[in-house]
Design a protein around this ligand. Structure first.
Ligand code: ADP
Ligand code: MG
Length: 317
């Protein structure tokens, strides 16, 4: 049985293959959808009543008490910001706002506008109080955006819940964040296509074998606009507050925690191939880069290890 629903700014699909009664499956998937909608209500930067909306509205003013889930996820987000030395930065929102990528009014801002907001993008200025479970952005104008990590977190939560409810075979696709449960019912491994970022959705450049793991991709093709022949996408370099230009079209990472992979792939994109491969190794995840010059680079489990990969083109290690 399969269910698709909108949350986290994208379409999400859950498919379970189970011998449970249809009614039970239906109810389970309905519950999972509601759980995601609740998470979205807590974590969306676009909803003024969400925890993130409230923290943003009170930037530079007062601590905001939040749900335990928000508190925990924010702590994780900051830890990935620290690990990546700020390549992943959950305080990126002022920059995302400036470009309005994904909205009708998308625009190329002036260089000095980007420079002006650079100091607002600073994960070190997020203050936590564990006793009151509250959060403060220290400077007025600062704002959080968990778009780079929330889908991964939700994926982990839902996958675990499905397993706890007896699901032994299934696959989740939360806007490109993929998680699998067990094997396919015929005993075969799950095979996931890797999107060609320069072609229409569904055009794949190869596929990966994935089993009991998560696979996450960040790429130029998710959200972008083209102006004067330049493609402006939604992965913003916190140092310049402009879309990152590192010659990368997309980066895919595999591992066992979708939340971590989500934050890490965003960082891997910003870091570019050289620094990124080093960071992936440091974080213990496997990475696969598709580059503008046609090169495909990967760490060893993608190149010839447990995530066997079939690419239409040769992979460099
Ligand atoms: P998607 O699956 O939507 O492509 P990603 O995980 O690739 O999501 O993250 C992109 C989103 O993360 C952007 O839409 C934006 O909200 C946010 N973002 C962009 N740049 C950064 C960054 N450097 N650090 C953290 N979050 C970012
Ligand atoms: Mg991400």
């Amino acid at each position: 049985m399969e269910k698709g629903f909108y949350a986290f700014g994208t379409m999400n699909y859950i498919r379970i293959d189970s011998a449970m009664p249809v009614k039970t499956q239906d109810l389970l998937l309905q519950n999972m959808q509601e759980k995601c909608e609740k998470l979205d209500d807590l974590l969306s930067a676009f909803k003024s009543e969400s925890d993130i909306g409230k923290i943003n509205a009170n930037a530079g003013k007062v601590m905001v008490s939040v749900d335990a889930v928000t508190f925990r996820l924010l702590k994780y987000a900051i830890s990935y910001a620290e690990a990546s030395n700020g390549a992943f930065d959950p305080t990126i929102r002022p920059a995302v706002e400036l470009w309005k990528i994904g909205k009708k009014e998308e625009r190329v801002p002036e260089k000095n506008e980007c420079q002006r907001i650079r100091k607002l993008v600073n994960y070190k200025a997020v203050r936590f109080d564990a006793v009151s479970q509250s959060v403060l952005l220290e400077h007025p104008g600062q704002a959080l955006d968990l778009g780079g990590i929330a889908k991964g977190y939700a994926g982990d939560v839902i996958r675990n819940e499905l397993i706890d409810n007896g699901v032994t075979s299934g696959i989740l696709n939360f806007g490109g964040t993929i998680l699998t449960i067990g094997k396919k019912t015929d005993g075969a491994d799950w095979k996931i296509g890797i999107q060609n970022p320069l072609q229409e959705r569904g055009a794949i450049i190869g596929s990966v074998v994935l089993n009991q793991d998560a696979l996450v991709t960040s790429g130029v093709n998710e959200r972008f606009f083209v102006k004067n022949g330049i493609r402006y996408h939604h992965l913003i370099d916190p140092y310049t507050c402009e879309p990152a230009r590192t010659g990368v079209l997309s980066v895919t990472a595999a591992g066992d925690c979708a939340m971590g992979l989500d934050a890490i792939t965003t960082a891997l994109f910003i870091l570019g191939v050289e620094k990124g491969i080093r960071f992936a190794r440091e974080m213990g995840v496997e990475a696969l880069y598709l580059c503008e010059d046609g090169n495909i680079l990967a760490t060893k489990e993608f190149a010839k290890g447990k995530y066997q990969i079939e690419m239409k083109k040769k992979i460099q290690q």
